[in-house]
Design a protein around this ligand. Structure first.
Ligand SMILES: *Cc1c(COP(=O)(O)O)cnc(C)c1O
Length: 429
């Protein structure tokens, strides 16, 4: 298959080399619809696989606890400068190993144990680190959770949108020290302005967790929360299309506390090879071609949503304004769970994840929903037509889920589609 970064991965380890080849085959013969995934560029992969992995650099540029950091200092500084330039932020910390680490570091920086945080509930679209009982965050801070408005089948007044009356009521009743905006399973644009208004009303700080939409913000397809939020956290590997990792940008007044909370508060030595890859991704995200990419992500998601609705799936919130579509499977087939749908689609070469939907009657392990996203295959060059074709193949596979021959047929159709969209064909090196 066309150009492939595979040659760069021949390692002196037969078992790993052959598993990498198997994973390349999986990524390029099946369709990647997990909303939090993407295909990072060959330059990002090269930086992440570089000799910088050899260096210890505890501390920050100019203030390290080890010698020999004059090159690494320049790399980390470059990453921070590129990042603050993209979002117009005062200060950046590019060391968090993941989005979850970034969020915990912010809580640690801005709050005392036991303080109250108002955030979105997990089953309504929030993230584990927004206070789920399963997350360590709920052991150290007291969470109060807002949700979305009730379901509506009126296209003129779609429901399942962030309920700002609920946010305000809870804020007034509980006086949180921090309000968290941002979600992990929410297909609508999140406007930072009403969150700021409510935060000001109750004297709270505002954190915007833009893990999913950071790339859409960088490309200009979504509003920038930086003018409104005290702190913005994100992952670098979702729509932003960089290496796996996290980052924090904040107002100058919080800079020192944020830096101390990341190191030494939470982490040891930073991953400078990943920080170099983040710098590469930030440069890519500031190019005009990245805006073209993010516009296409959103256009593809809208076309995908329409096509899925035509196949009989109910769209949670009635549509999409970002890179993801959240499906309620019950109208399509009352018996079909998210868990079974994910497993059937896997056999048909369509990679997705089950997801709870607002007021889901099923458990988080089973669920009634499915989350799909367009950012990865948009990188591979797919457009509206291809996503319409995928919607029809998804529907076929799920309708004929007990017919092994039908699933093999869908898998072959998907492989034929993917053969025309090598994810590494569109990157210039
Ligand atoms: C993905 C995500 C995170 C966590 O990112 P990891 O890198 O997986 O730790 C945090 N918040 C939100 C809203 C997310 O979607």
């Amino acid at each position: 298959m066309g150009s492939s970064p595979l040659d760069a991965w021949i390692v002196n380890d037969d078992e790993i080399t052959s598993l990498l080849a198997a994973e390349w085959d999986r990524q390029t013969t099946t369709v990647q619809l997990i909303a939090s995934e993407n295909f990072a560029s060959p330059s990002v992969l090269a930086a992440a696989g570089s000799i910088l992995t050899n260096k210890y650099a505890e501390g920050y540029p100019g203030r390290r606890y080890y010698g020999g950091n004059y090159v690494v200092d320049e790399i980390e500084d470059l990453a921070r400068r590129r990042l603050t330039a993209i979002f117009g932020a005062d200060h950046a910390n590019v060391q968090p190993h993941s989005g979850a680490n970034a969020n915990v570091a912010v809580y640690e920086a801005l709050l005392d144990p036991g303080d109250t945080i108002l955030a979105m509930r997990l089953d309504q679209g929030g993230h584990l680190t927004h206070g789920s009982p399963a997350s360590i965050t709920s052991k150290y801070w007291k969470f109060v959770s807002y949700g979305v408005t009730p379901r509506s089948d009126d296209p003129a007044a779609p429901g399942e949108q962030i309920d700002f009356d609920n946010v305000r009521e809870l804020a007034l009743a509980h006086r949180p020290k921090l309000i968290v905006a941002g979600a992990t399973a929410y297909a609508r644009r999140i406007d930072p302005a009403p969150f700021r208004e409510i935060a000001d009303e109750v004297g709270a700080m505002l954190m915007f967790d833009s893990a999913h939409v950071a790339g859409l913000i960088a490309g200009g397809a979504h509003p920038n929360p930086v003018p409104y939020a005290d702190v913005v956290t994100f992952t670098t590997h979702k729509t932003l299309r960089g290496p796996r990792g996290g980052a924090i940008i904040c107002r100058e007044e919080h800079a020192k506390k944020i830096d101390s909370a990341v190191f030494p508060g939470q982490q040891g030595g930073p991953l400078e090879h990943v920080i170099a890859a983040k710098a590469v991704a930030f440069k890519e995200a500031s190019q005009p071609s990245f805006s073209v990419y993010t516009e296409q992500i959103v256009a593809n998601a809208k076309a995908f949503a329409r096509a899925l609705a035509n196949e009989g799936f109910r769209l949670v919130s009635g549509g999409t304004e970002n890179h993801m579509v959240l499906l309620d499977l019950r109208d399509f087939d009352a018996e079909l769970t998210g868990k079974v749908a994910q497993e059937v689609l896997d056999r048909a070469g369509i990679t997705t994840n089950r997801n709870t939907i607002p007021d889901d009657p099923r458990s988080p392990f089973v669920t009634s929903g499915l989350r799909v996203g367009t950012s990865a295959e948009t990188t591979a060059g797919m457009k509206e037509n291809e996503f319409e074709a995928i919607a029809s193949l998804m529907s076929r596979a799920l309708r004929k889920r007990d017919d092994e021959d039908a699933l093999v047929e869908v898998r072959n159709d998907i492989a034929a589609l993917c053969a025309n969209f090598n994810p590494y064909a569109n990157f210039t090196k």
